[in-house]
Design a protein around this ligand. Structure first.
Ligand code: BV8
Ligand code: ZN
Length: 277
């Protein structure tokens, strides 16, 4: 059964007023209150309200003529390492200067209210961790974990000085052990997901009773197939997204709105009167 609790709106239609929030569908509150094993699956949309561009958003500056999926490939790094390394340093600076938003905090709170919880993200930022979430499963790697492209040794990358705006070509550093290029600690298109993280995510989706999908277009595989795994396991699937996505058809409930508004309201309406477990 598919219930759209708010009519499908184009992205943030102007007269959408967060203050007149229609209450969360009571069936969602019921399902969450009764849940024993909850998986939260996030994408770039959960960090959008922290000022981090999504993959849908047009690139800017030096990278504006590229789309993100073109730059996030081993071929782009081979072809122009300084362009790609510069892009990742620009993104790392943006994340460093950003703050977790109410959606990240609501997810960290939600975790304390359910017996078993797993947070699986496609995001390479550390905003979930900075909001207090623990054991975050990063399916597509992390900006803060660069390593040697040859011997795979981790590279201790320094914090980016706050005032320095990284917005250009930067030659990637070299590995002190084998001299090869250091590459971003992310999974590029065409690359296999980290085995352990993928198996943990798949297992969590297979055994959950509520699968909450936040801020993802559900287009990139195999990550997006986690929703189908949850559906086949008989879980209740709930989506939070202001826009239609590739997963609309497999959702039990869809909450149309920005995660930074909808998730705090969902947590408040579900557990306001209930103390933390
Ligand atoms: C692999 C890290 C094989 C890097 C990323 C099957 C069918 C078709 C294609 C494939 C297939 N299987 C594999 C492929 C190819 C490919 C793929 O899926 N291509 C897509 C484009 C069709 N998959 C791969 O290449 C994967 N690897 O298959 O390897 C293999 C197997 C064995 C051995 C060797 C090889 C690897 C995929 C991972 C790539 N790396 N990221 C980096 O970050 O730079 S993917 C990257 O893009 C993100 O991590 C994320 O996964 C994806 C972007 O999606 P979202 O996060 O959802 O973000 P998006 O911008 O799309 O949407 C934002 C959403 O938020 C929107 O819906 C918007 O409405 C919403 N939103 C906006 N504001 C808000 C909001 N929501 C809530 N609140 C708001 N305020
Ligand atoms: Zn090396």
């Amino acid at each position: 059964m598919k219930v759209l609790s708010r009519s499908v709106r184009t992205r943030y239609d102007p007269d959408w007023n967060p203050l007149q929030m229609t209450p969360i569908d009571p069936r969602i509150v019921q399902v969450l209150r009764a849940a024993t094993r909850v998986v939260v699956f996030t994408g770039a949309g959960v960090s959008a309200e922290s000022g981090i561009p999504t993959f849908r958003d047009k690139q800017t500056g030096l990278w504006e003529k590229f789309d993100a999926a073109e730059l996030a490939t081993p071929y782009a790094f081979e072809r122009d390492p300084a362009l790609v390394w510069g892009w990742y340093e620009w993104r790392r600076a943006a994340v460093q200067n950003a703050k977790p938003n109410p959606a990240h905090h609501a997810i960290a709170t939600l975790a304390n209210h359910v017996p078993q919880f797993a947070l699986v993200t496609q995001n390479v930022d550390d905003l979930h961790e900075r909001a207090g979430s623990r054991d975050v499963v990063h399916l597509h790697g992390e900006l803060c974990r660069p390593h040697c492209e040859n011997c795979r040794r981790p590279y201790a990358i320094p914090e980016i000085p706050p005032q320095s705006s990284q917005a250009g070509r930067i030659n990637p550093p070299r590995c002190e052990f084998c001299g090869a290029k250091i590459r971003p600690g992310v999974v590029w298109f065409g690359e296999r997901l980290p085995e352990q993280q993928w198996l943990a995510a798949r297992d969590a989706a297979k055994h959950c009773d509520v699968f909450l999908c936040v801020g993802t277009s559900s287009l990139v595989q195999p990550a997006a197939s986690l929703t189908d795994i949850a559906v086949n396991a008989g879980a209740t699937t709930i989506q939070v997204n202001p826009n239609p996505t590739g997963a609309d058809g497999s959702m039990t409930f869809t909450l149309r709105g920005p995660a930074g508004t909808v998730l705090p309201q969902l947590v408040a309406e579900t557990w306001a009167a209930v103390n933390v477990r």
